[in-house]
Write a new protein. Structure first.
Length: 237
């Protein structure tokens, strides 16, 4: 598997990386599976079939400058910021179960190399003990499968709870303490910094790299515009 390198260090929106996944899958697959990691400023990303107003606390996000985007994969609503890392895997394998299984096993391999006894669930979550540290989602393009996931190295718990939980009743009944009982942060299980963790992931999983050209970046930016259209973000399916 090769690592996709974006040398341009411009501060990008989450929509750019969603477009980058799709662009890579459509134009760079060849015979290699591809992988890359990315980080964004505080952002909420909700699933293909979700109604934004039902899943996202829009007022809270706007007040706290948290961006909101829809992805093309299914699954639930996720909060991301620069304290955690997003992982993208593009494979020529078209079988959903096999693709998920390979991806999750790659994450387990990395964590076990760190001395962390992680496990997976039937929902393709990665667990440390009985707490979730990573969740994944999938979508399919002709001849390619895309899996992306979060890895909770660290995060702003206040934003995570409020940005994706619009119901006051849920806030009162669950609270941050309850959320912390269901998830765990990787930083609590390792002495590695986030950058050291990212380096280990790449070293463990990838051999060689594919460098994005300026033409590739331009193509990604054009594709990104489809993720920014109001009818895509607010659509109902």
């Amino acid at each position: 598997m090769k690592y996709v390198v974006l040398k341009d260090q411009t501060d990008r929106r989450l929509s750019f990386y969603l477009a980058m996944e799709e662009y890579v899958a459509r134009h760079m697959g060849d015979d290699d599976d591809l992988f890359f990691m990315w980080q964004v400023k505080p952002t909420v990303i909700f699933g293909r079939n979700q109604l934004m107003e039902s899943e996202v606390n829009v007022d809270y996000c706007r007040t706290h400058c948290i961006e909101m985007y829809r992805r093309k994969s299914g699954g639930g609503c996720v909060y991301a910021d620069r304290s955690n890392v997003m992982l993208s895997f593009v494979s020529k394998e078209e079988n959903v179960a096999l693709t998920f299984n390979r991806f999750v096993n790659m994450l387990l391999l990395v964590l076990r190399r760190m001395g962390i006894e992680a496990t997976s669930t039937t929902h393709n979550d990665v667990m440390i003990g009985d707490r979730k540290v990573s969740g994944a989602a999938f979508y399919h393009l002709p001849g390619r499968s895309i899996v992306h996931s979060t890895m909770l190295y660290d995060t702003d718990m206040e934003h995570m709870l409020h940005a994706i939980t619009p119901s006051k009743e849920k806030l009162e009944s669950k609270g941050i303490k309850s959320v912390r009982q269901r998830i765990t942060l990787l930083k609590d299980h390792t002495s590695l910094s986030l950058e050291e963790f990212k380096a280990l992931v790449r070293q463990t999983l990838c051999q060689g790299e594919r460098l994005l050209t300026s033409e590739d970046v331009s193509g990604i930016e054009q594709l990104e515009q489809t993720y920014l259209k109001e009818e895509f973000i607010n659509r109902i399916h």
